[in-house]
Design a protein around this ligand. Sequence first.
Ligand SMILES: Nc1ncnc2c1ncn2[C@@H]1O[C@H](COP(=O)(O)OP(=O)(O)O)[C@@H](O)[C@H]1O
Ligand SMILES: [Mg+2]
Length: 292
Amino acid sequence: MLDLSLDLLRRNPLKKILDTERRMRESTPQTARVVSIASGKGGTGKSVLSTNLAVLRAQQGERVLLVDFDAGLANDHLLLGLAPQFDLGHIVEGRVGAREALVAGPHGLKLLSGGVGRHGLANPTRRELERLFKALRPLEDEFDLILIDHGAGIGYATLAHLAASTSLLLVTSHEVTGLSDAYAVYKRGKMVNPDLQVGMVFNRVPDRESADAAWQRFRDACKRFLGNEPEHVGVVPADQAVSASVDARVPVCLHAPTSRAAHSLASVARWNRIETSRSVSPFFERAARALR
Ligand SMILES: Nc1ncnc2c1ncn2[C@@H]1O[C@H](COP(=O)(O)OP(=O)(O)O)[C@@H](O)[C@H]1O
Ligand SMILES: [Mg+2]
């Protein structure tokens, strides 16, 4: 049995298998899987996680789109060393189509930036969001995986996304402030979407004990007050390699692939829910419906 599978792998290296999968996908078009990344609190590492996830999944041969929904305060392009000409704001204003606003990053991933310092989408109206979701909808047919990096807080756009999402990666620090805000997002997410699959990522933790204590605390609160609990997906250590990679504008999975942080991020990128986060109807249609 083992010999047989080894032999198969030898004759069919991973690339060949992925190529076959891609050809199958192309002959039976499917909409993209969509994963939201949120936290409630700012500075917890959502963008570091989102950009590394995007690179790691693209590296495996997936067509990945990263949407930086921290509109007006976007920084995924900085973390990826990109200088996009257009962003979500230009799409809402009708100045460019969604496809024109994409910029290519490492391993062919595409980024749709949220824009910096533009007032446009910081507090979007329902009509603006509806227009945006409608413009983004066709992109779902062109990618395997769409990652949505959210801003801090639980604004209108984030709630609509949570309502439409199958999977959410909730990023938090081990500190009580981070946990409290993450709990608020978890609670609201489950309220608007009881089927939402939530995976917890503890980022920038000083040691294993702090991460374990934080998880225990979070899980107990969810079980006690909400009667359900998220899934523990990963712990990313506080690592100097991350700061260095931010300065270099190259994601840590490429800048320091053997660092502890890169190893942990790679394990988050293997979260099995990413495989199953395809919804029955298109994501952006569901998000638009959630606005009503
Ligand atoms: N695991 C980590 N180790 C060290 N520094 C980190 C780590 N994760 C994030 N950081 C630092 O925190 C900053 C904020 O992270 P970011 O992903 O932009 O947060 P968010 O998107 O949640 O606001 C980054 O610029 C980086 O310098
Ligand atoms: Mg961010």
